[in-house]
Write a protein that binds this ligand. Structure first.
Ligand SMILES: Nc1ncnc2c1ncn2[C@@H]1O[C@H](COP(=O)(O)OP(=O)(O)OP(=O)(O)O)[C@@H](O)[C@H]1O
Ligand SMILES: *[C@@H]1O[C@H](CO)[C@@H](O)[C@H](O)[C@H]1NC(C)=O
Ligand SMILES: *[C@@H]1O[C@H](CO)[C@@H](O)[C@H](O)[C@H]1NC(C)=O
Ligand SMILES: *[C@@H]1O[C@H](CO)[C@@H](O)[C@H](O)[C@H]1NC(C)=O
Ligand SMILES: *[C@@H]1O[C@H](CO)[C@@H](O)[C@H](O)[C@H]1NC(C)=O
Ligand SMILES: *[C@@H]1O[C@H](CO)[C@@H](O)[C@H](O)[C@H]1NC(C)=O
Ligand SMILES: *[C@@H]1O[C@H](CO)[C@@H](O)[C@H](O)[C@H]1NC(C)=O
Ligand SMILES: [Mg+2]
Length: 440
């Protein structure tokens, strides 16, 4: 049977061509008639389908680009936040993120924000369409914080691929703007550090009044330390510095550290050494994994170990041991810079082993109010009241309070009570004589 002959005989259209070919084949060939023809047809269709699919994949490969952001990456949260505020998007899958804060007085404040939920979303960014796919990957859970492992995939045309960096940059800026001028407080959470509450507004250094020269001295020392990383590395000295601020309660130690962090644009990592489930291992791990640009703050270090003795009587071996702290302070040196601030009200209770250089390199007494501080604080609360300030200081001295008998916190209390009335503050100086009276 001659196929070309039968083709030329057909009516010329493609379908007519095929049908006539098949008719001829089927009629003239007993093998095809027995089902082999069907097989050929199936194979042909399969090949065609495969070709189309391959073609589509080829087009996808050539024309589309995607960017994957895993949930472990820093930009992940930035991107979701950005998406939540982005106007040109169509999403039907939203998920809610609620920030719930219970205040000390029992009041509750919540903030809802709708972020794109798992699923597909289409956005238009600078004229380009992008498909955002947020997926949970099954049962995988991020072991470090217990959240499901997720990825966000951005897909766009190849020619628009330059927009990815722009977009991420914009998302980053947006997130950082929310934190600008803020100090983030981190606390330990299991094995790692977590932000504690909302970022706080920076405290201004000028708002903390220390005796003359003290602030500058500490600030200069810290800045010098921060700028001499190379010096330390060259000499093989661990790049860390420990500061101890000691003095009576309410003299501004904690406030100063907060203000210092704000001034340096650093965050604060607070570690409570008295926490009963903080072990030596965890302490070591935490101290070697401090978020960058952070000050480690250990408050009331004298109290941490007195408490341990009590718990040990009850048969617990909970808490950090003293040697655990010493080792963590100068143990396996991490390459990163590390500024540690410690505060105490009872420096005499501290073990000399803790005070040795390398663990504590800089000690400073932050004492009760000196005459200098009284004057500064008065003028901070009542601006330009120079004569009244003079009067206040004289009365203060006459009562014998100038021999550092009054804490700055007490002074603040007096001034806050008499917010708008410096004269009545002067009248009430006597109340400072007894630190326990609060009946201004
Ligand atoms: N020198 C100061 N300048 C400005 N404010 C101060 C000063 N000292 C204390 N205050 C105010 O007193 C309060 C308590 O201060 P802060 O917590 O810093 O004291 P502290 O020295 O850390 O006390 P403690 O040793 O009990 O922890 C804060 O509200 C702070 O504003
Ligand atoms: C430590 O104990 C506190 C309460 O005492 C608890 O909230 C916290 O989850 C515990 N942390 C760990 C890692 O067990
Ligand atoms: C909620 O608070 C946490 C920490 O305080 C913060 O990381 C997160 O971005 C906040 N979420 C929203 C939607 O504001
Ligand atoms: C530190 O932990 C102890 C014990 O859990 C607690 O009594 C103390 O108030 C905590 N201190 C701070 C500053 O959170
Ligand atoms: C306190 O004031 C008295 C009287 O003004 C003065 O003699 C004394 O030196 C002052 N003491 C201090 C520590 O400043
Ligand atoms: C002030 O403190 C000194 C010692 O620091 C003490 O001798 C004096 O009695 C105190 N004065 C008052 C009024 O408390
Ligand atoms: C600081 O002032 C308080 C009163 O507020 C007093 O009890 C304490 O003894 C003073 N401390 C020093 C070191 O003078
Ligand atoms: Mg404090």
């Amino acid at each position: 049977m001659d196929l070309s002959k039968s083709l030329s005989e057909s009516d010329g259209t493609v379908s007519g061509m095929t049908s006539s070919v098949f008719n001829e084949v089927l009629k003239s060939n007993p093998y095809f008639a027995a089902g082999g023809g069907l097989m050929l047809l199936g194979t042909g269709l399969a090949v065609a389908r495969l070709t189309v699919m391959k073609g589509a994949t080829f087009v996808t490969r050539q024309m589309l680009v995607d960017l994957e952001i895993p949930s472990k990456d820093k930009s992940y949260l930035w991107f979701l936040e950005w998406m939540a505020q982005y106007k040109h998007r169509t999403s039907r899958h939203l998920s809610v993120e609620t920030n719930y804060t219970q205040h000390d007085n029992g009041a509750v404040s919540t903030k809802f924000s709708l972020v794109p939920g798992p699923g597909k979303h289409l956005i238009r960014y600078k004229g380009a369409y992008m498909l955002v796919t947020r997926e949970r990957s099954g049962k995988m859970i991020d072991m470090t914080n217990g959240t499901p492992f997720e990825t966000v995939k951005l897909t766009t045309l190849y020619r628009d691929r330059f927009l990815f960096p722009d977009l991420l940059d914009e998302a980053k800026k947006l997130a950082l703007k929310a934190r600008e001028g803020k100090t983030v407080i981190f606390t330990s959470w299991g094995q790692d550090w977590r932000p504690f509450g909302q970022p706080r507004t920076k405290r201004l250094l000028e708002s903390v009044v220390l005796d003359s020269g003290i602030k500058d001295e500490i600030l200069l020392d810290v800045k010098d330390f921060l700028s001499s990383g190379e010096w330390y590395h060259k000499r093989g000295i661990p790049y860390r510095r420990g500061y101890l601020l000691y003095g009576p309660p309410g003299s501004g130690k904690t406030s100063f550290i907060q203000a210092l962090a704000g001034d340096l644009d650093y965050n604060i990592c607070i570690l409570n050494l008295s926490e009963s489930n903080l072990t030596d291992d965890r302490l070591n791990h935490l101290m070697n994994n401090i978020p960058e640009r952070s000050i480690l703050l250990l408050e009331d270090i004298d109290a941490a170990f007195n408490k341990r003795d009590q718990t040990e009587e009850k048969g617990y071996t909970a808490g950090v041991t003293f040697s655990g702290l010493l080792n963590a302070l100068d143990g396996v040196a991490s390459a990163e810079e590390c500024i540690t601030f410690m505060t105490t009200n009872h420096p005499e209770k501290l073990d000399p082993a803790l005070l040795r250089p390398g663990r504590i390199d800089f000690k400073k007494l932050i004492n009760n109010a000196s005459q200098f501080q009284v004057k500064q604080m008065f003028l901070r609360f009542y601006e330009n009241e120079n004569e009244l300030c003079e009067e206040f200081i004289n009365k203060f001295a006459r009562l014998g309070l100038n021999a550092s008998n009054v804490s700055t916190a007490q002074l603040q209390g007096l001034f806050v009570y008499n917010k708008r009335d410096p004269k009545s503050a002067i009248e009430m100086v006597e109340t400072l004589k007894n630190p326990n009276t609060h009946q201004f």
